[in-house]
Write a protein that binds this ligand. Structure first.
Ligand SMILES: [Zn+2]
Ligand SMILES: [Zn+2]
Length: 352
């Protein structure tokens, strides 16, 4: 199977995005065109969890299918494009939205980069499209979740600028090493240098990390988290992360060329920088350690982290992209800076 055939298949099949999973809904209010088995039920209806099947009024079925769906779960009401499929998942209702990638993207661009300049939004659209199409079955039973683990997705977007960015870049993806459709990533701000997916995630995609400096100034310098610090008492760290008394809280073992901590010891336990960030985030909140690009010193029972940037640092630096867009650089120019080894390709061209 040649690469173009593969790209066509990846492009044509609808994406399956699981939505509202965190809410664990036992009851979902739905409007739209609702079918439950053979029956078509006029909305609005309440879909609830039955013994072995879903329940819509007196009717039961294994799967409820809704088009033009507006869904209310607790306080959250969202409208979903595409076809929404509801099924039983233990004691809650599982909602999976099946939709074309171009229909999926406006909400992602709005949620992840809303308010940015058009060229930055277009660069985001290309990165998010590439990520989505290259991330089939990132989850076992569906392609993508609607959280930042994959990409934020909140249903239909009415943000004109995000919709325009998706339309203008329709079908455009980045091919890693100029040939392969692999996931590419983005983050809020790199703090001066990005990192490779190979170093941070152990994945071979997206190319090398790059300097985000140009003519002596760093592009994401104005980002709110360009420079940050976090101070932690050793006793607190020990309590939250399970420490020993005879070793430093954090000992950096290896950094990449972007300055990110790739490997460290936490109370003598070897782990990756990413794992450490997740553990610290769960223990102290996601505002505490904002990236793995940090220096650390421990003095008299106080651990001080001094860091730069926010997020994992791989791929597109969103704050840098915005700064380039403000200076008149177009989306292609922005992408070329953060993905120097990638080629912008038009997958829509294969399917026309
Ligand atoms: Zn996910
Ligand atoms: Zn940057």
């Amino acid at each position: 199977m040649g690469p173009s055939v593969l790209v066509v298949m990846l492009t044509v099949a609808p994406l399956q995005v699981r939505v509202l999973e965190r809410e664990h809904p036992s009851s979902v209010r739905v409007t739209g065109t609702v079918s439950c088995g053979e029956a078509t039920v006029p909305g609005p209806v309440e879909v609830t969890v039955g013994a072995r099947e879903l329940r819509v009024g007196e009717t039961t079925c294994a799967e409820v299918v809704v088009t033009q769906a507006t869904v209310t779960v607790g306080d959250v009401t969202r409208t979903y494009p595409g076809t929404l499929r509801l099924s039983l998942d233990g004691a809650s209702v599982r909602l999976v939205d099946e939709l074309d990638v171009e229909t999926y993207l406006p909400s992602v661009v709005e949620a992840e980069a809303g308010g940015q300049k058009p060229a930055a939004l277009e660069a985001q659209a290309v990165v998010s499209r590439t990520f989505a199409l290259a991330s089939r079955r990132r989850h076992r039973d569906y392609d993508l979740c609607d959280l930042s683990h994959c990409q934020l997705f909140r249903g239909t977007s009415s943000d004109e600028a995000s919709r325009a960015a998706v339309a203008k870049t329709k079908g455009q993806v980045l091919l890693s090493g100029s040939v392969a459709l692999k996931p590419v990533y983005f983050h809020a701000s790199c703090g001066g240098h990005t990192s490779s997916a190979r170093e941070v995630f152990g994945e071979d995609s997206g190319g090398p990390g790059v300097s985000d400096a140009e003519a002596g100034s760093v592009r994401c310098h104005d980002a709110p988290d360009f420079a940050w610090s976090f101070v932690l008492e050793r006793a607190k760290a020990s309590e939250a992360l399970g420490g020993r008394d005879d070793v430093p809280v954090v000992e950096v073992l290896r950094r990449d060329e972007g300055g990110r901590v790739i490997e460290l010891k936490l109370f003598g336990h070897r782990m990756t920088g990413s794992d450490f960030l997740s553990r610290a985030g769960r223990a102290f909140g996601w505002q505490a350690l904002r990236s793995a690009k940090f220096q650390v010193e421990e003095v008299e029972g106080v651990v001080r982290f001094t860091g730069a940037g926010r997020g994992h640092g791989v791929g597109l630096c969103q704050a840098g992209a915005q700064s380039l867009a403000q200076r008149g650089v177009d989306a292609k120019g922005i992408l070329a800076r953060y993905f120097p080894d990638a080629r912008l390709a038009d997958v829509a061209g294969f399917t026309r």
